[in-house]
Design a protein around this ligand. Sequence first.
Ligand code: FES
Length: 92
Amino acid sequence: MVLRSQIFSPRVFSVVTLAVFLKVVYCSTMTTVRITPTTDGPYEVDGEATIVAPDGTVIKETTKTYLCRCGASKSKPFCDGSHKRINWSEES
Ligand code: FES
């Protein structure tokens, strides 16, 4: 059982204050990225995003880009419009 005097002790209060501060900092630096599969086309990435290679190398920092999901792009992971050339459909 926690006593009221323990909850408001300087030590507990400072830990709670730090936790709230970190939560506020975390939330204020958190960004939202929205990824939408377009109809018969690429993934639309909307928001601050960093695209990295499998080895962690940064390929692109962007606020909007399109990622291939048909597999035909010659500039993967980005869409180069090849999905239209091959008439790719998400149904196929
Ligand atoms: S989705 Fe556009 S090239 Fe693959």
